[in-house]
Design a protein around this ligand. Sequence first.
Ligand code: NAI
Length: 782
Amino acid sequence: MDYGPAPESTKEAQAWLEAHGRRFGLFVDGAWTDAAETFGSFNPADGSELAQVTQASQADIDRAVDAARRAQPGWVALGGHGRAKVLYSLARLLQKHSRLFAVLETLDNGKTIRETRDADLPLAARHFYHHAGWAQLQSEEFADYRAVGVVGQIVPWNFPLLMLAWKIAPALAAGNTVVFKPAEFTSLSALLFAEICQQAGVPAGVVNIVTGDGRVGEAIVNHPGIDKLAFTGSTEVGRIIRKATAGTGKKLSLELGGKSPFIVFDDADLDAAVEGLVDSIWFNQGQVCCAGSRLLVQESVYPRFIEKVKARMRNLRVGSPLDKSNDIGALVDPVQQQRIHGLVESARAEGCEIWQPEAETPQAGAWYLPTLITGASTSAVVAQTEIFGPVLVASSFRTPGEAVQLANNTVYGLAACVWSESISLALDVAPQIKAGVVWINTANQFDAACGFGGYKESGFGREGGKEGMTEYLVPLAEDARPAAPVIAEKGKVKLAAGDSPFAVDRTAKLYIGGKQARPDGAYSRAIIGTNGDFLADVGEGNRKDIRNAVEAAHKASGWAKATAHNRAQVLYYIAENLAIRADEFAARIFAQTGSKDAEGEVKASVERLFYWAAWADKYDGLAHQPPMHGITVALNEPVGVIGIVCPNENPLLGFISLVAPALALGNRVIAVPSEAHPLSALDLYQVLDTSDLPGGALNIVTGSHDELARTLASHFDVDAVWRHDGSAEGCAEVEKLSAESLKRTWTGGAKGRDWFDAKQAGGRAVLQHASQVKNVWIPYGV
Ligand code: NAI
């Protein structure tokens, strides 16, 4: 038996387009602009033109940013409850007009009506409901934060309305105003949303919708009136945005590409796994950032599983996306079809086997049949590149260890699926996968309460959940920070050539892998006290020393696996051993800086160690209960290896304030101590040696902040760099260089901190910088 056609009517959507004369201006300051320069928006299923949409100019962006700026204080003043009511109203209106939105989205994007109706729309509405709740609770739950200000948001074409909801709902809830740009292929649902904003009573200027291509995106990114950027799209453009915003002080979150593994163990329910795979790689024609595009199957069931997959692929119905019984619709644009075709043909040329079911695709429009590639090497282009189409690359593995290794063998880290009937195996594997989301025995589940976002080159920042809200907020303590003190003058330094008769013997060494190590270069610098006395020579670390330290840090992976209790104990122990030698440390601080409160600094350092030791086993994750039968466990995982360039002032307290929280959460650290006054950090070697800190968990390299920060930011095996020495140019450089590997950064720019003030030293916000959230979805029942 076959299904007959069940087409959805487009009458209402066409009438809406007609009512606008099939020509749209921009939505700025609560009103429509005239459509000046326009371009066509097409239905990819048949190539017909749906409407003309405006290519925004620089002047348009200026007006939109200005409107958003003017509207922001009033939006904040409306209060949490006032904003909650508006967000609630948006959610209600999305539901009320859900069919119109769903059909319009299908017409514009080519995705099936089943998906727009059953996934995009309900999830978008849920996002506004959920964030109405965060607005309501903001003063309680985020009391120490304020809105960022004006937010620029740029989204791709694969989930036009859903991505809009993911971006706009949290931004508005937190009290920001937005300048939002949809992708040029799919602007229409955002324009319909603008109308909904008018109906919902969103004040003029709070939501501005500007359409156009990448040039409009660029204008938003570079606009000085934008305080934060939220981008979803290709890794390539994400990198451009990272570079463009480096040093500008703009907050940034990036949700980029993926090449997510779909792992099937031999004890999995294979039929259920096949259905999961369909949702994973053939949902939205595979144009999903977290698509399970790499199938990894345990060897013993591989042939059987592949046969089941092929049988299921034969049953996938490809055709008009408006037909409710079709599974696979059109690709967004012929350009994507050509891109996918090119990648698949290159795999064929390399000897891979390409399999497609025998099926017809419509003549007009952009289509691609579901495709299975086997026989590709793990390094093949199709196994590493985001294809962004209905193309699955399959291979096998033998052991769980090999599955993890293959799963992590990509530059991306967005999502993963693990299929096994053994909960113990699945929960053992999930934390080992470097990805922001892991679905156990399910796939492509999303919910507003559960954060979503990547590890590695899949970007940083989260959307959804409490962690998603903090992306749109700034800790109040940041506003209170003073300008960075000029400190370099105080501790006089002079470089000495390594071949001077004393340099080598009298040089304080670096601390790498738990051992003191001579610096690679034969250079040292003399540290002169405030009274002009020579205090010591300090090794001038270089690129090679950083490389050694990174290697040592990676070898110390046991620290990340140590129990939080154990990490807390070590930090307490360091505090205890430091307290025993308080006088000695105070004398050294005084000698270097002339500080009147050197004793206070040691005391505060001991207390801060206690503070972070206390947090080590208390920064627990959350258990979310999204609308499914199961739970989602949000785990706070360490970021990995963090390079920390410490402040120049308060050489002990500044160092401890940054290094201790990073260690507390299981990160391994390469710390670059105060450039002017490094000796307090070096005096810690003996404290560390007697405190059970495993070798390599903390490595200390002294030397030029600029040079060492540069090396850390460029190093592909460093996962994050923090720089808080008040050098605006240095921070900008770190952000720029980090773009290559898309590592996370935390920089203070030209601002300093009062390190004695726990909140200014970072407060609890440091915990967010020291961790990344992984959401593990665990449905239950049979
Ligand atoms: P894209 O990253 O170029 O476009 C995404 C958005 O960024 C669009 O709104 C676009 O107008 C804007 N944009 C483009 N250049 C910009 C710039 N220099 N500055 C600011 N904004 C800019 O993605 P595109 O070209 O649509 O797709 C190309 C490939 O990227 C896809 O084949 C896929 O592999 C990947 N991609 C990944 C997505 C994801 O969700 N991870 C989404 C879309 C694309």
